[in-house]
Ligand binder design. Structure first.
Ligand SMILES: [Zn+2]
Length: 244
């Protein structure tokens, strides 16, 4: 089955949720397609982890990586404080395209009153997360790379190292116009940085809900299995470092 088959993705999440004693809940609809989330019983107002994938529909190792990680951890998922959005752009996933049906890049619109953004905001409420992770992919990438936006001491190098068996890091010194070191882009951001381009999900989280925002980027041209394995390895490392 194709990773772009959204009903199949939802079915696998439902199966996993049942096995893990969790509920996959609908929270919005886009283009007639329902969107779902999972809130674990361990999640409180503070110190949980926000996990999100599939805001760009042409990045299937994000949605598959998040599911693979959850399946791998099914036995203890209930005990972890998590808010999970398995796929924020189902139409994009089904059509293998970055934007939604209106041609809008949701990941530049977290400052606006878009229906999906508004619904996500309502679920998040006033929570503060210990960390957030947004799973992405990049066609131009030459290996795994990671954005780390933090008000604390960084740990991005260790996360990239944790995934190195699955995927080497992107060796480029400049990625997407920004300085990178061994696959790590550590950004210092202010609201002014996004005045023109619009606010991405990770940056909204950093401004309002967390001190530690990670964005993973796997290389779309590499084999899907390796990209998924790298996403899983980074998630495992973030959860271990954040919750232990
Ligand atoms: Zn993306």
């Amino acid at each position: 089955m194709s990773p772009h088959h959204y009903p199949h993705l939802v079915l696998r999440w439902k199966t996993l949720a049942r096995r893990a004693g969790l509920r996959l809940l609908p929270f919005a609809e886009a283009d007639g397609v329902p969107l779902f989330y999972i809130e674990t019983p361990a999640l409180a107002e503070r110190d949980g982890i926000y996990l999100s994938a599939g805001i760009h529909g042409d990045e299937p190792a994000g949605t598959e990586g998040l599911l693979a990680w959850a399946e791998k951890n099914a036995g203890r998922l209930r005990t972890l404080p998590l808010l999970i959005f398995p796929c924020l752009n189902p139409w994009g996933l089904m059509h293998n395209t970055r934007a939604d049906s209106a041609g809008l890049d949701l990941n530049r619109n977290f400052h606006r009153r878009h229906p999906v953004v508004t619904a996500v905001r309502q679920i998040v409420g006033k929570r503060r997360f210990a960390a957030s992770v947004n799973l992405h992919e990049d066609y131009d990438a030459e290996g795994l790379y990671l954005y780390e936006v933090t008000r604390r001491s960084g740990c991005g190098e260790k996360l990239i190292a944790a995934a190195s068996r699955a995927l080497p890091h992107d060796p480029r010194k400049r990625i997407e116009g920004r300085g990178a070191r061994n696959g790590l882009i550590r950004r210092h951001v202010t609201p002014k940085t996004f005045a023109k381009i619009g606010v991405p999900e990770a940056i909204w989280l950093y401004f309002e809900h967390t001190d530690h925002a990670f964005t993973t980027e796997t290389p779309s041209e590499f084999a899907l299995e390796r990209r998924i394995a790298a996403q899983v390895a980074v998630l495992d490392a973030i959860v271990a470092r954040t919750l232990n």
